[in-house]
Design a protein around this ligand. Sequence first.
Ligand code: PEP
Ligand code: MN
Length: 367
Amino acid sequence: MTGSTSIPIESMAEWLSLQDGLLIVAGPCSVEGHHQLAATARGLAATGKVSVLRAGVWKPRSRPGQFEGCGAEALAWLTDIREETGMPVAVEVARPGHAELCLKHRIDMIWLGARTTVNPFMVQEIANAIRGTGIPVMIKNPVCPDLPLWIGAIERIFLAGTQKLIAIHRGFQTHVKIRYRNIPLWDIPMALKKELPQLPVLCDPSHIAGNESLLLEVSLKAMMLKMDGLMIEVHHQPGKALTDPIQQINPGRFDQIMKQLDPLKSDSNATKALQALREQIDEHDHQVLNMLAKRLSLSEEIGKLKKEHGQGIVQPSRQKDLFEDRQKQGETLGLRPGFVETLLRLLHDESVSVQSKHRKGNDGIKG
Ligand code: PEP
Ligand code: MN
């Protein structure tokens, strides 16, 4: 089932209500109580833009002693809210016992989190627990950027008899300091789409961005790449959330973001889509120019210090280290090496000329 052979996924539209052709999964990171779940779900239902209500019930926490979810008790709250709002409900499962409880409580869909997909033993045990039931499963990418491991998890669930499969791109852990919580590495979900063309692939901008202020730009990118939908974390009072408070948004903001994505949903409105992206580009360009100005003012300070201490402007070992470090970072961020090289040379030349400004004659040349 590898290479160009694709998994025969049933068309999503046959079993889920889509929003302008997109699958929109939204809901709190965690169920924290009956009231919090109901308030969030009612807010989301009122937008009319949600295909599936998501909610974590067992939470994988990095450190012990933190809120770990309400557990099985919350499953009945979820089915109650489904009856009230009409939204099907999805829950994360991390071991076979969780999957069995979801089946028992007639939860509509389950998903495997990034820390589960990474472990083939656990994926297989969950696959065995749901074997033959056909319950729809969403499979997040593993925490590490390993496409075969992601595909392997999808195959294990498929081989257990589930055809209603959806992949979720939630970005990858990285030690490099970036603007996002997880590095998107968009090429990986695109490669998955190529390998399994019939498999719907959603984007989870909440766990990629890690911050509500970056949600829109990540969602826009996912739409531009023609991903099949979004999974977004929504809480009726994000600031008070017991898990992932910084990245969650309230139902009102969720509604706004969906409206801002509207132009991208239909090709007929391509002009507006282009405009939305250009606004993003403008904002980034302004930030880049501000940062360049700050960087060059630091160069000027350095130039003064070097002059006071009789040092030359160009210091080859520092230049070599700097170039190597930035090339490495550029590679991690998916930037073309030739582009990074040209940019670094430009920056370097400008920095040398700023530092030379305080020197006369040939005292500014080389060091
Ligand atoms: C979540 O969806 O709340 C979650 C724990 O996500 P991930 O598995 O992507 O970290
Ligand atoms: Mn979360």
